[in-house]
Unconditional design. Structure first.
Length: 117
């Protein structure tokens, strides 16, 4: 039963990520993929919170963190978008997207852990 719940949660996370990708088109003026950035930061905050709250072992944690957060966040899309920025020679946007994603993402995990405890 857990496998089905994790799969369903992953599907839900993927749908949320897809809807957030509309922001990439809608907010092109910012020069980097805002939708992907936001889902990765929110996913980082959520997984930190879930780890702090549930300790990483409960069924609820596995469903929410592995399932939903796994479907929501996207390392492969993030790296492809970084490549596209380099290819377009948008070095400033590349640097901002890279640094903000990793820097704020890390801070979001720590904040989530603190909120969950």
């Amino acid at each position: 039963m857990s496998v089905l719940l994790i799969g369903g949660a992953a599907g839900l996370g993927a749908v949320v990520r897809y809807l957030a990708s509309w922001l990439n088109d809608w907010l092109k003026r910012y020069g980097f993929p805002v939708g992907t950035y936001l889902v990765n930061i929110v996913g980082s905050l959520l997984i930190g919170y879930l780890t702090g709250k549930f300790g990483g072992q409960s069924e609820a944690y596995k469903i929410a963190a592995t399932g939903f957060c796994g479907g929501l966040t996207t390392f492969s899309t993030f790296n492809f978008e970084l490549f596209e920025l380099l290819e377009k020679q948008e070095y400033k946007h590349f640097a901002c997207y890279f640094l903000f994603s990793y820097g704020v993402g890390f801070v979001a995990v720590v904040a989530g852990l603190m909120l969950g405890k």
